[in-house]
Design a protein around this ligand. Structure first.
Ligand SMILES: C[S@@+](CC[C@H](N)C(=O)[O-])C[C@H]1O[C@@H](n2cnc3c(N)ncnc32)[C@H](O)[C@@H]1O
Length: 206
């Protein structure tokens, strides 16, 4: 990591703390209505874990489903810098990606990111495999349709990490559907990791 990475992460973490104050008393309906204002980040523990995992596996083709404002992109892009890879990051909100891009410029990591604005279900069709690592972290009802699109493109020892399996509680019905879907795939070996908001880690085993 560089000083630039540290500075960008510190700014993100300050924004996370500020947003937590705003979100604290927000009823769920209001939170949903305002969700595009917030980072909705994977959090630092998961960020470091995914970075280490990508580096340990030497993953080069990395796909991020759900850039948001770039918190998770920071960790994935820094891992790509180490492995000599690239992060294809997808989000339907172009304004959020623009913010993320500015942060990656500040962190000196833009060379490791391919920005793919638009609907992930469309953008995914343009991404060539084999894909070595995927972070699934967009709206929860899209997890299974995205899984169906990415699985045929995964490399033989690829890894899929899906966020929000445990929290927030209102996402649990969708998380359960996703967990059942990965468990039904004979080529995936999956486990639930109780870190951050809960990560379902699925390793391709062909
Ligand atoms: C939970 S946030 C991602 C947080 C991010 N991974 C992080 O840790 O900083 C989910 C993101 O999915 C994006 N999203 C929702 N539907 C989408 C779609 N159909 N295609 C692409 N992105 C989508 C939203 O705009 C939102 O920014």
């Amino acid at each position: 990591m560089t000083h630039e990475f540290d500075r960008v992460l510190a700014r993100y973490n300050q924004r996370v703390r500020d947003e937590a104050v705003v979100q604290h008393d927000l009823p769920i309906a209001n939170f949903r209505a305002r969700r595009d204002e917030f980072l909705l980040p994977i959090g630092e523990e998961v960020g470091w874990f995914l970075r280490a995992l990508i580096i340990a596996r030497g993953a080069k083709t990395i796909v991020e489903l759900g850039t948001s404002y770039g918190y998770s992109t920071l960790f994935l892009a820094d891992a790509a810098r180490v492995t000599g890879g690239v992060v294809h990051t997808l989000d339907i909100a172009a304004d959020k990606q623009a913010y993320a891009r500015t942060q990656m410029e500040h962190a000196g990591l833009c060379a490791y990111v391919a920005w793919r604005p638009g609907d992930a279900l469309k953008s995914l069709q343009a991404i060539k495999g084999p894909i070595d690592f995927v972070l699934v972290d967009l709206w929860k009802e899209l997890y299974v349709p995205c899984l169906e699109l990415i699985l045929p493109k995964m490399s033989d020892n690829g890894v899929i990490a899906a966020d929000n399996m445990l929290f927030p509680a209102f996402s649990r019905p969708d998380s359960e559907v996703y967990r059942a879907a990965v468990k039904s795939k004979p080529e995936l070996q999956s486990m639930l990791l109780p870190i951050g908001s809960g990560i379902e880690l699925s390793c391709v085993w062909r």
